[in-house]
Design a protein around this ligand. Sequence first.
Ligand SMILES: NC(=O)c1ccc[n+]([C@@H]2O[C@H](COP(=O)([O-])OP(=O)(O)OC[C@H]3O[C@@H](n4cnc5c(N)ncnc54)[C@H](OP(=O)(O)O)[C@@H]3O)[C@@H](O)[C@H]2O)c1
Length: 296
Amino acid sequence: MEYVILNNGVKMPKLGFGVYQISKDECKQAVLDAIKIGYRSIDTAQSYFNEEEVGEAISECGVPREELFITTKVWIDNYGYEKCKKSVMESMRKLKVDYLDLILLHQPFADYYGAYRALEELYKQGKVRSIGVSNFYPDRLSDICLFEREIIPQVNQVETNPLNAQVKAKENMEKYGVQIEAWAPFGEGRNNMFSNPVLKEIGDKYNKSVAQVILRWLMQRNIVALAKSVHKERMEENFNIFDFTISDEDMNKINSLDTSSSLFFSHADPSIVEWFDKMIGERRHNQDSSKEKKKW
Ligand SMILES: NC(=O)c1ccc[n+]([C@@H]2O[C@H](COP(=O)([O-])OP(=O)(O)OC[C@H]3O[C@@H](n4cnc5c(N)ncnc54)[C@H](OP(=O)(O)O)[C@@H]3O)[C@@H](O)[C@H]2O)c1
């Protein structure tokens, strides 16, 4: 495993295991498999609805807590100072841990300032070892780094893959000492990522798969990466990236694939902000109706 040292001195594994879109039924086993293979960094979120299953795996895996690096993320609906603080304590209860290695604000909307102040306080109380943000593109990241904060975020987790390399965003993060972390390193397979001819050719040269080439490219750019799979053999494949080095020439070939645009959506698009607002409204409505049902 390779590591980065965050701006507060905390050591973070460069490769982590992500559990987005892993169902409650599959999550505990997937995390147990990943830890057995050697992953020590696990990335979940309040909005993935699988923190409890991650917690079961953490407490049953047999690896000492201090050897694991556990990240979760605060969902928009829990923003604001009080709600955020309460929700992080609830996440820790679900994860069955008495501290988190990293806590992130998941999205750059709503009262993220109040929420960030709560993270700063939890940090000062020693309940979280590092704090950060996710999907904070240069304008929002500069905003949080410059105004009304005591602690510079340690990490910013953003979509990063060969087709969306985040060159400018990474430069901006480096300016403030914020570590970039890649979500969707494979772009979830969009735009035929796994059969991209350039990545395939480079993979053939090093006797590695496209997935391994992508993760290695991220490691060599000093980007922390999260890979998700529910298949044990793919978890192993994705972990097996520390025994080769991509040449500068091949790194440049991969760099040239960058389109500087998201494979998913832009957080700066107002219709996307409206989509988030609608989704939150619907979730609230569903929660309220399930509470009503429980009363009966
Ligand atoms: N902060 C955010 O807003 C945000 C957003 C998205 C994701 N994330 C985090 O980042 C993590 C990774 O992103 P992601 O899950 O969206 O996408 P991803 O890692 O780019 O892609 C995951 C997909 O690739 C497949 N896959 C994995 N390894 C493979 C391999 N070696 N060969 C072929 N296919 C392979 C997986 O299928 P199988 O599972 O079927 O193997 C899955 O469908 C998430 O789990 C989550 O922790 C954060």
